[in-house]
Design a protein around this ligand. Sequence first.
Ligand code: SF4
Length: 489
Amino acid sequence: MQKIKIVENIQKGKIMKTTNIVDVLKAGSSDWNNWKWQMQYKAICSNTDQLVAIGLLDSNFEPRRRRIGLTPYNVKLLLSLKDSDPEGYRAESLQSILPTSSKDSEHQWVWAKRHDLASSKIWERLPIPAFLKILFTGKGSDTETQALENMYPNTDIIIATATCARHCSFCFREVGDAHGEASQITGDLEEVQMAVKEAIERKTPHILVTGGDPLTRNNKQLREILEPLVKSETVQVLRLATRLVVDLPMRFYDTELLEMFREFASRMKSRNASFRIVTHVNHPCELASEAIRAIKNIQSSGVDIMDQTVVLRGVNDKPEILSRLLMTLDRLGIRNHKLFHAMPVAGTEHLRIPMRRFRKLLSTLHQFLPGTSVPQANAPTLVGKMPITPSGRWMLSIPFTNRIICRSFRGEWYLFRDTWDIRRHLKEVGIALTLALSLTILAQAPRVKPQFTKIVVLPNALLDEWFIRKNFEPFVSGDALVIPQTMIE
Ligand code: SF4
């Protein structure tokens, strides 16, 4: 492979900044449309110096905790958005490059297979009630198999690889981070096959094959992973999670892959089961013409596509952007499956929005969009996915903290970490002050003391005349209230 040095070429004046990456890499259309070629050039396109040279990074850019991972396609999209769509460019940049090197101290989503962590082993041995352990640390997968995760009774998750095309800045598996969760997944094919075998033996009806991105594996490996699941009578719904639909659409120009999809979909359909693709789109600018071609190719192979979207600050946290995205996906025949509140992951706090804003966003979507466009909203926690409704059912915020108490489908209580929400806390301060003020005023209010200590009843005999009795008004005399006998008869 001829390695073209973008920096050198720019210094020699051979190419201009923010130039056409296709020309820079001297890519013919067969190269460009070949996903393997794209993956081969990922290292060059992810190099910080090269990205500075073509104007995608500032010259004073400091290397972040996570390695940048971009394919030539990602770079081309970024460069074209830079000139034509500043909002889209900002969204794509925020998703591609972790905006700050700050390390948030808290990281609640640490590897779903928590029993493998040293800290989990210590927690397990602590002589405290189990519900307290779950309250503070949650609950992870209960399988020992490396490439298998299980959090729900009817779903198993198979981790097919730790590789992705682009390294998303908000990724909870921390693809691109040498110490992240993804680094602990080996991606060894034999391990993945063991996970498949175990999921079949467990007779789990719903299987999600994810990663990393399983579609970064070649067709042969993919068949080896999926074939037993397609064949198994116990697998009712098989979902293949991939972001390559928008991150590397060329993967779906591969006719051999599309033929395999067609075969799997029809074999599963023949036994009343389902094979689906689940993709992940966060901003309308990701639905470029290449991505739309990929979507059409998948759909014409008879496979349904579902989407999940993560709400990220600065990317899609405005109702108009999210509405545009969800309506476009709906129009393309993609089912809007989930809308996620971003997970608490070290170094990504500034990309999360408070739960209050998330609920407000959701409420707006419900009012403005047709039902088919609005996905279910969830907060992924370490006791499972928490449904989020505009009114805030299922979750109770603890005042003056960034914690929300939630209850899992198994009835476990868990302290979920929201992001700090100044507006919520100001409101809470306002309520607390009003309450304190009201109580103080009540305490200070003068007590109404009775004007009399005894009641004197005047017998009718003393008020003989009917006229006097009828017009008699009670009166206070000294410490006595004087009333006529007729008033108590
Ligand atoms: S595609 Fe998914 S697994 Fe890969 S980096 Fe992005 S969010 Fe993480």
